[in-house]
Design a protein around this ligand. Structure first.
Ligand code: DX5
Ligand code: ZN
Length: 215
């Protein structure tokens, strides 16, 4: 059974408490919180202040996906805001190993996110240090984009690398996940599904989460 991580980016921010109540009553496993700085990606979302509100609204895991430059400057603030997982982009980190050590020393689980064009082989020398790979299946910056099919092959490659080394690293797929493509994504070896539009724009979000979970 996959873990389900709805992306709050697609939620209705005018009624966030209702959205959180819905998630809390649902089979969702993680809150996926997308942080965008307008520099690493061409969009701005929200920061630690809102993460703190989500932290108060749920006991579920807060999985924070940083799409920001110089993530080392903000890591402690996100920990203080209540992040359980912190993922940084490989493309934004000149000293990735140091960034990962910092996240772990702050007491969070460490993730590395990779863009669609970044090869899985780029993870080779950091894989044993991390808890999750956030594999982007769209170009980061916006919810509601279309899944890039080549990602399926990358999931297979990463699953093979993880299994061959006997590691325990989550493969989280982020972007364009639907009820239609999710079975293929899971079959390729992913174990965490991020879903924004598929959950929050569906007529019955809670039921949609259940359907994803049952796949
Ligand atoms: C994209 C974000 C994703 C996104 C997911 O930059 O990292 O988490 O919001 O939304 P959907 O599922 O709608 O593609
Ligand atoms: Zn994300």
């Amino acid at each position: 059974m996959p873990l389900i991580a709805p992306s709050l980016l697609s939620a209705n921010f005018l009624t966030l408490q209702d959205e959180c109540n819905m998630l809390n009553e649902s089979e969702a496993d993680w809150y996926h919180l997308d942080i965008m700085d307008g520099r690493f990606v061409p969009n701005i979302s929200f920061g630690p202040m809102l993460v703190e509100f989500f932290r108060k609204a749920t006991k579920k895991i807060c999985d924070v996906h940083l799409m920001i430059e110089e993530p080392e400057k903000m890591a402690e603030q996100f920990r203080n805001a209540g992040a359980d997982h912190l993922s940084v982009h490989i493309e934004a980190c000149r000293h990735l190993h140091r960034n990962i050590q910092q996240i772990k020393s702050l007491g969070m689980k460490a993730g590395v996110a990779i863009n669609p064009h970044t090869p899985v082989s780029a993870l080779s020398d950091i894989l044993h240090e991390i808890d999750l790979v956030c594999m982007m299946s769209v170009n980061p910056g916006f919810g509601g984009q279309k899944f890039i099919p080549f990602t399926i092959e990358k999931i297979r490659q990463l699953r093979k690398m993880i299994n061959e080394r006997g590691l325990n690293v989550h493969i989280e797929i982020d972007g364009g996940v639907t009820l239609e493509n999710a079975p293929q994504i899971i079959a390729a070896g992913a174990d965490v599904l991020v879903a924004g539009n598929t959950v929050f724009k569906s007529p019955d979000p809670k039921a949609t989460i259940s359907k994803l979970k049952q796949l």
